[in-house]
Every structure is written in C-alpha cells, then in structure tokens.
Design a binder for this molecule. Structure first.
Ligand SMILES: [Zn+2]
Length: 434
C-alpha cells in the first residue's frame, strides 16, 4: 500500500541527510503559513555540522558585461565530474607552477584538494594574462579570495553568515507521507526527520490513515535573501488515528534528540528488533526441540534469519560487557544496558568495532550476521534478560526512557517554548498546557 516509508535508519543520520532536497523554493513559499513566513529565529554562524548537504553558494562572480571593459574580469568555472584541480587550472591556461604556489597557502590547500563536482572557482586575470585573483568557498559560510602577484599571495576571508529562518508547514495525509509532506512544502530530509522522530510511536508502514494530520516547524538556511537549503526539523506534531504525538528537538549532552511535550525522550530504551532486513525464524520457547541436537532445550531468545553480513545493532544504549566465543553461540556480544537489562547477540560472522567496556549507542553496529557456533543457517540469535532472567524480546515490557528532570527540564521547557507556541498557533498541538 502507498503508506510505505522506506526503512528508517535511525542509527545513521547521514542516510536521511543524503536523501536529498528535491523541492523548489516556489513550492515552499507557497505553502508557508501566512504571517509566519518571515519569522526569523536568529542568525547563526555555527552551521550545524550534521547537516552536510551543501548546496553551492551564489555565483562567485556574476559575469557582468559592463565590467569587462573597465575592471577586472572574473571567470567562473564549475568543476566537472572527475575533473582534477590541475585540469581546471590547465583549462584556464594557468601554469602548474602558479597552481603549486596557490596550494602552498594553508587556507587554500584543504578546500582546493577536496573539490567536488559542481564546485565553483573564480579566476581573475590581469591584462598580461597572468592569474591575479582566485576565489573559492572554504565552506558553506566562508569564502576565500587570494590576490596573486609575482612576489606573494595574500588571502582574504569573506564571511558569508547563514541566517536561520523558522518555517512552518502543515498538511493532511491523503495519499502517502512523502507525497503529502512534499505537498505541504517539506523536503524529503524534513519528512524523514519527522518520520524518524515518531517512528517509535507510529508505524508509518501500517498505521498511517487518510485524515491524519501533521505540523512541522523547521529551519531554512538563507543568505543574502536567497534560500540556501532546508535545515532541520525543530518540532512536529502528528495526529495519527485521533492520537496526537508531539516531538520537540532539544540538545542534550551536545546531541539533538526529540522529546515529547513533557520532556520524555521519544526514542525508546530499546529497539524491538535489533536488525533490519531480517525474518523472524524462531520464537522464544521454553520447550523447543533443538534443531541440530534434537533434544528438548529451551529457546531462550528469538532468531532472525538474514543474509550473512547483515548488520546487527545494539538494541539500546549500554556498555559492551562481552565480545568473544561462547559454546554453541559462536561469536557473541553481550551489552549491559543498566537497570538490570542485558542483551545477547549470537552466531555472528564477525564483530563490529566495539571492545569490552566501551559504551555503545542504540543502533550501534556491534556485529554481523553469520552462522558460527551451532547454527543451521545464517541468523541472529537474540536474547533479552532482566535481572538475569530470560524474557521474550517480542513481548517484554521495555523500560521507559528516563524523562528530563530538574534544571534540565526547565532548560528544555524554555528552549522549546517558541516551537510549542508555533505548533499551537497553527492548531497543531491541542494539549492545553504542560
Ligand atoms: Zn536462537
């Protein structure tokens, strides 16, 4: 059915960040709630390092016909696929010796040696045909201009601060999350972030219904009156089959997470299934006949059949307490999640990069599916223990994540109040108060 959401890779932000921005500015502006379109939260230089989907800056040098006669002429080139810096310089008729002088400038070496397809370089030539100036973008918010003469090269840093604008989009589900999200003016990136935030409460592949409603407060990055790209989701609400869910972004320990309006993390303590692209092949069963030994032996976990090499994730945050070989289990990892909860992962073909004693986050890849030990085929054998007792991972009541308290809760409420007000203003949040 059309309500399918592609697999949500909540352990890897890069995946959805790279999902792409396929939306025109016109479509966005058209769907912004009037009166809020120009709301500006503030200007910031510290562009989020997580959002790496850099779109090109505005042209480095507009080719101005009038300037050609009177002033210096900047020529802008775009790096083509597979084109090296040397090839670009050669194409512009700049000798390799000049290029090597340029690359000796520390501020130039890094950006110029990481040029990507589509990157812009602007060259300025003197009347004698010698390279006099070079401009390039060091990063999204900084441009460098080099002045080149026979003796020396001088550099100027031109700051191009990005301005964050707070935007709001709202819509109703009539066909699919992606189609309706796009119709409301949301980028794929924003839709993924919203879906990701609510994925612990809403199964978008099964639970979505026509008439469901969503509201999203998100950032856009602008410069010089031009939209550079979409930013991150700040807050969202989703009414799914009459139940409203709210997600508020808040930075804790240097990391952004989504919380509900009371300050409880949306992310659950445990993922129900620590593997993707796998099929439940054997359930928890205290009286199972062992498939290889033929004897009655309790199956104290669940099995997920999957292709060899499929990543196995830690079901929750915790500390790796065992990495090694166990009889029958083959290559095995145990994670201690605190509060008496441990999880075990067996039959791995190989381990991830975690060592005993290391902290692992929920979704961290701790190993890969294999059939080491007594296994009839490649699968993950997964156990969940509470205070040492085996529990059925499919039905055990997962502990709720700890809500924010005290000063942190107060900080959360202050930090998210503007976004809450915006959600309320467009009717997104019906919660009377918190
Ligand atoms: Zn098993």
């Amino acid at each position: 059915m059309p309500y399918r959401v592609s697999p949500l890779r909540r352990w890897s932000r890069e995946h959805w960040i790279l999902a792409g921005l396929g939306l025109s500015l016109g479509a966005l502006v058209a769907t912004i709630v009037p009166g809020l379109a120009n709301a500006v939260e503030g200007t910031s230089h510290d562009v989020d390092a997580r959002t790496t989907l850099a779109l090109p800056l505005p042209p480095l040098a507009a080719v101005d016909a009038d300037a050609a006669d009177t002033g210096p002429l900047w020529q802008t080139v775009h790096v083509r696929s597979g084109q090296t810096l040397g090839a670009v310089f050669e194409e512009m008729g700049v000798p390799a010796t000049v290029m090597h002088r340029v690359l000796e400038i520390p501020a130039a070496k890094g950006p110029l040696s990481r040029l990507r397809e589509g990157a812009e370089l602007a060259f300025e030539f003197g009347d004698d045909g010698q390279l006099r100036g070079l401009r390039f973008d060091r990063d999204e918010a900084n441009r460098i201009e080099l002045r080149i003469d026979a003796e020396a090269i001088t550099q100027t840093l031109i700051e191009r601060p990005l301005e964050r604008r707070i935007m709001i989009a709202s819509g109703e589900i009539t066909s699919s999350l992606y189609a309706d999200g796009a119709r409301a003016g949301l980028s794929n990136n924003a839709i993924n972030q919203m879906a990701n935030a609510f994925s612990y409460d809403i199964d978008f592949s099964r639970d979505l219904r026509d008439g469901d409603q969503f509201q999203v407060v998100y950032e856009e990055l602008w410069r010089d009156g031009e939209r550079v790209r979409a930013g991150d989701v700040v807050a969202a609400s989703f009414v799914n089959r009459g139940t409203e869910y709210t997600a508020l972004r808040f930075e804790r320990n240097g990391k952004y997470e989504f919380f509900d309006h009371t300050g409880r993390p949306l992310k659950k303590s445990f993922m129900r299934m620590p593997i993707e692209f796998a099929r439940l092949s054997s359930r928890f069963n205290p009286n199972r006949r062992h498939p290889i030994l033929g004897t009655v032996r309790a199956h104290r976990g669940v099995d997920y059949a999957a292709s060899p090499g499929t990543p196995i994730m830690s079901a929750g945050d915790g500390r790796v307490s065992f990495v090694g070989w166990q009889n029958g289990y083959g290559r095995t990892v145990v994670v201690d999640h605190g509060r008496g909860h441990t999880t075990l992962y067996a039959h791995m073909s190989r381990f991830g990069s975690y060592k005993v004693g290391q902290q692992v986050q929920q979704g961290g890849v701790i190993g890969y599916v294999g059939s080491t030990g007594l296994a009839s085929g490649p699968h993950l054998h997964y156990e969940f223990r509470v205070n040492g007792a085996h529990r059925d991972p499919l039905t055990v009541t997962m502990p709720k994540p700890e809500p924010l308290t005290g000063a942190e809760l107060a900080r959360f409420q202050a930090a998210t109040a503007p976004a809450m007000a915006q959600l309320r203003r467009i009717g997104g949040v019906r919660l009377a108060s918190r």
